[in-house]
Design a protein around this ligand. Structure first.
Ligand code: DAH
Length: 332
């Protein structure tokens, strides 16, 4: 009887180990260990045995049940792990997909424009500089010769950051503060451009954004004249748009340049685009940065990059440049 029990248990654990699915394993569990199993039949036969034989057969039956139950548990753990792996594989996301025939993405039109203009100016020997978007009053206003009560400091134009002394820290309203940082950090000659993001506390519409981009240009050297300023603007306009484009200067006022002008670009069809401001760097600004205005002179200009890019690419609403609509972005 004991041999039969061992034989049955060995055959049963083989079948259990070979169960292919959790359902099959559950059926085997009921068949081999349930009330109607072969082993249960031995239990009923034990009634006719003497005390010693009962003990031995009982021990063999217990050992067999334990071995089979352990085999069921082991196989269940294996099948569970296989099921989990299959589920993970089925739910896996392929993040490496690249659509055939095209790149997975590309730079935003504004970034492309910055890189294009950097290429133009670097080709002329200019360096590219950057400054922080969160600025202090000194760099954004005071060092640029803004009087203490200049209207551009008014709350309507400037986002103030709640940090330090009142109205001391701002989101830069233009890229001109980077001029100050460049002059503070290096002695002339200086030939630099400074592209970057700027902030104005203004309502947005099709031609105005509250967060937009400017490109600043600064030249400081001996003998720099207004002619160099006009020639540089004319040169980059033609390099960016093509030979049919021209520019003009109109008298204007900026605290950090004297004389100052605004510059407009003329499209090949003759119409004008107002683009930016410019002028000869004010002697006070040079002095604020430790540069002797008797020895050095310079020019500066700054303009809206978003407007420049929109004009070239026929974008009629600047707000589109801040959108995440892939149908718009994909065009460039
Ligand atoms: N920072 C001026 C603005 O945002 C533009 C500007 C005017 C820049 C004159 C200059 C400049 O460098 O010389 O309106």
């Amino acid at each position: 009887m004991i041999d039969d029990i061992r034989r049955i248990a060995a055959a049963a654990t083989d079948r259990i180990a070979g169960a292919a699915t959790l359902d099959e394993l559950g059926a085997l569990d009921r068949e081999l260990l349930g009330k109607t199993s072969e082993l249960s039949g031995f239990k009923r036969q034990m009634g006719g045995l003497d005390h010693e034989a009962k003990r031995e057969v009982g021990g063999a039956l217990n050992a067999a049940r334990e071995a089979m139950a352990a085999a069921v548990a082991a196989r269940r753990a294996e099948l569970d792990a296989i099921a989990r792996r299959a589920q993970a594989e089925a739910e896996r996301l392929d993040l490496t997909e690249v659509r055939a025939g095209r790149d997975a993405g590309h730079l935003h039109l504004v970034t492309q424009t910055i890189e294009e203009l950097e290429d133009v100016f670097v080709g002329l020997g200019f360096t590219v500089a950057e400054g922080p978007e969160v600025e202090d009053d000194w760099h954004n206003f005071t060092a640029l010769n803004f009087g203490r009560y200049h209207p551009a400091r008014d709350m309507q134009d400037t986002f103030f950051v709640d940090l330090g002394a009142e109205r001391e820290v701002v989101m830069r309203t233009h890229t001109s503060p980077v001029q100050i940082r460049v002059m503070e950090g290096q002695a002339p000659p200086i030939y630099s451009i400074m592209p970057g993001r700027v902030y104005r506390n203004e309502a947005t519409d099709s031609t105005h954004l509250a967060v937009f981009h400017q490109l600043e240009c600064l030249v400081i050297d001996r003998g720099i004249t207004f002619g160099h300023l006009a020639g540089t603007i004319d040169m980059f306009t033609k390099a960016y748009f093509g030979p049919g484009w021209n520019m003009r200067l109109r008298p204007a006022y900026f605290p950090f340049t004297e004389p100052s002008a605004e510059f407009d670009l003329q499209r090949p069809d003759g119409s004008w685009l107002e683009l930016g401001g410019c002028g000869m760097v004010h002697p006070n600004v040079l002095r604020n940065c430790g540069i002797d205005p008797e020895e050095f002179s310079g020019f500066a200009f700054g303009f809206g990059l978003d407007r420049l890019a929109a004009t070239k690419h026929g974008v009629t609403d600047l707000r589109e440049l801040a959108s995440t609509d892939i149908r718009f972005l994909e065009q460039f």
